[in-house]
Write a protein that binds this ligand. Structure first.
Ligand code: G1P
Length: 304
């Protein structure tokens, strides 16, 4: 767990720390998540959370803080060395699996803090204050899996370097779905995938939502968010919302931009989307993809 990944030297100096809140209960996947953290559910043969960590590392964020909670100990185990398992694989001469097992422990410099009394996403991010210090940093939510061919986080980091302040990820959703998300009021900028935020509201009903632009789980935040969150009381659902903290930054006149994402994204916290993610990623795999696709074709045609 101590071997840091190397940030891409060609990137401008930007955020280098990432915060990944993983204290959520995962009730949508019960009973599977009764004893297993939802973040460790496999997408093909890799935990959903490992895709998120790999995305952060690829974007040059080599120091990660997981904000965890009760019952999530297996997450730290997954990203740690497993000497007995490694020795057994070495003895069997299973180089491929040995390398896969070691890979997850060598990805990044990883830190853990427990949220204690979980009071919402804003409260989870607040636990990262001393880890982050006075630097711009990223937040990645574990339920949003972004296809690794679609470089959302890199684009957000670039926009932050160019424009300063904070940057959120936006997705155009049908109005009927906006009440599941934070929703942005925006003004155009000179770039067609970048909006300037004038307001942000957590989970509005469709009839009062200011737009159909939903916030998805990637943020690049100014460290001023911590003061804003300290002053943020409970909001939607009685929780301290990250959305309300960012809204306070906008109201103080700090720049907050949104990058519109038009790539492939899966909500692995949703059962149907989780299955879609597995199918999409499995058919594209070199090893099992061809056989799986053949079976799937037959299944869809009613033959399997
Ligand atoms: C959280 C945020 C919400 C955001 C969403 C993205 O909600 O509070 O603003 O749109 O993540 O996935 P949650 O999904 O935790 O209810």
């Amino acid at each position: 767990m101590t071997q840091a990944a190397r940030p891409d030297a060609s990137r401008p100096a930007a955020a280098r720390k990432a915060v990944v809140p993983v204290a959520g209960l995962g009730t949508r996947f019960l009973p599977a998540t009764k004893a297993v953290p939802k973040e460790l559910l496999p997408v093909v043969d890799k935990p959903a959370l490992q895709y998120i960590v790999e995305e952060a590392v690829r974007a040059g964020l080599s120091e990660l803080l997981m904000v965890t909670g009760r019952g999530k100990e297996a997450i730290a185990e997954h990203f740690d060395r497993q000497p007995e398992l490694e020795a057994a694989l070495e003895k069997k001469g299973d180089a491929a699996r040995l390398s896969a097992v070691r890979h997850s422990s060598q990805l990044a410099q990883m830190h853990f803090v427990r949220q204690g009394d979980p009071q919402g996403l804003g409260h989870a991010v607040l636990q990262a204050a001393s880890f982050v210090g006075d630097e711009t940093f990223a937040v990645l939510l574990g339920d949003d899996l972004i296809d690794d061919r679609d470089r959302l986080l890199e684009r957000m980091l670039d926009v932050q370097v160019g424009r300063g302040g904070s940057v959120v990820a936006l997705l155009e959703v049908p109005r009927s779905e906006i009440s599941k998300y934070g929703c942005a009021s925006v003004e155009a900028t000179s770039e067609d995938d970048v909006w300037s935020l004038t307001d942000l509201v957590e989970k509005p009903s469709a009839d009062v939502a200011p737009s159909n632009l939903a916030v998805i789980g990637r943020y690049v935040l100014s460290p001023t968010i911590f003061d804003a969150l300290r002053e943020t009381g409970p909001g939607a659902g009685g929780e301290i919302q990250l959305t309300d903290g960012i809204r306070a930054l906008i109201r103080r006149g700090e720049p907050v931009h949104g990058v519109v994402f038009r790539g492939r994204r899966y909500d692995t916290g949703d059962r149907l989307d989780y299955l879609k993610a597995i199918v999409r990623l499995a058919v594209e795999r070199d090893d099992i993809g061809p056989d799986f696709r053949t079976w799937l074709d037959g299944f869809v045609a009613g033959g399997a």
